[in-house]
Design a protein around this ligand. Structure first.
Ligand code: SPV
Ligand code: MG
Length: 285
């Protein structure tokens, strides 16, 4: 399913960020066909910085909750693999066990830093990172879609370096390439797409160049767009607004109509199914 979505050169698809079971269930109900288990959003929801402060086991546990809460394929942000080839393949195996559909690994050194923070984004050597990808591929085969992400442009390297890296990662067995940019326009990723010539499907994350209409990506034959952090950012605004109001008014009467009714929660997580199961198994007859 995910393979079809992010390895298809013919159709543009969208992955919506999820960071827990609730955000995943909401994305599915909204109509998204695939999810991005975002490292930034999962770290933030746990109260960590997106700098490999959360452990790989915490990531795997968060992914399990995301996978279990809906039926969509989940592409997991595996950061740089939490170490060398051995850590990366172990993480990939664990993600497969927990039901992930794919994993993205980026060519950063451990610990990584979020791509939008600071100027220091040291890259792994091409050969070493290619070894990480080969080890993952040898370990999980075609069970997981393997996305290789280059941070070359984030780290202010040249377009040639980004292309060189992407070709090496394709040679190492990646199923798709994620080209990341922190520019406010899509120019960089569009130049990359044109030089890349569709060797493998391309994945982009238009967090900072959000003004670009998706038809542009379609025309550039980009395969997948990741809306990487938008549920988490929306939740921050909503939670802050409600906390501010409750503290200011010392009550909740005025906010009731601005928050989800309890029935919404019961419906999202199918409490009716539990009632039916109780009738069947606990009180039969
Ligand atoms: C994430 O969602 O954690 C990503 C995308 O990796 S970014 O935050 O843009 O690096
Ligand atoms: Mg990330």
């Amino acid at each position: 399913m995910l393979r079809g979505q992010i390895c298809s050169n013919s159709e543009l698809s969208f992955l919506m960020e999820a960071h827990d079971g609730l955000s995943a269930a909401i994305a599915e109900r909204a109509g998204f066909k695939g999810l991005w288990a975002s490292g930034l959003s999962i770290a933030s929801s746990l109260g960590y910085r997106d700098a490999n402060e959360a452990s790989w086991t915490q990531l795997v546990d968060a992914v399990e909750r995301i996978v279990d809460s809906n039926t969509l394929p989940v592409l997991v942000d595996g950061d740089s693999g939490f170490g060398n080839f051995n850590n990366a393949r172990l993480l990939a195996r664990k993600l497969r066990q927990r039901g992930a559909a794919g994993v993205a690994f980026q060519d950063s050194c451990f610990p990584k830093m979020n791509s939008f923070v600071g100027e220091r984004h040291p890259l792994a050597e091409i050969d070493e990172f290619s070894g990480r990808l080969r080890a993952v591929k040898d370990s999980v085969g075609t069970d997981l879609v393997l996305v290789a992400r280059t941070e070359a442009l984030i780290a202010d390297h040249s377009m040639d370096e980004a292309i060189l890296r992407a070709h090496a990662f394709a040679d190492a067995g990646a199923d798709a390439i994620l080209i990341h940019s922190r520019k406010s326009t899509a120019d960089e990723v569009l130049s990359f797409a044109s030089a890349w010539q569709n060797r493998l499907p391309l994945v982009i994350v238009p967090t900072t160049y959000y003004r670009t209409p998706v038809s542009v990506y379609h025309d550039a034959r980009i395969s997948t767009v990741i809306w990487a952090n938008h549920s988490m950012r929306a939740a921050i605004v909503a939670m802050r607004r409600i906390c501010d109001r409750i503290i200011a008014r010392e009550g909740t009467a005025s906010i009731e109509s601005h928050i989800a009714p309890l029935e919404d929660i019961f419906e999202l997580f199918r409490y009716d199914e539990l009632a039916r199961a109780e009738a069947k198994y606990l009180h039969p007859g």
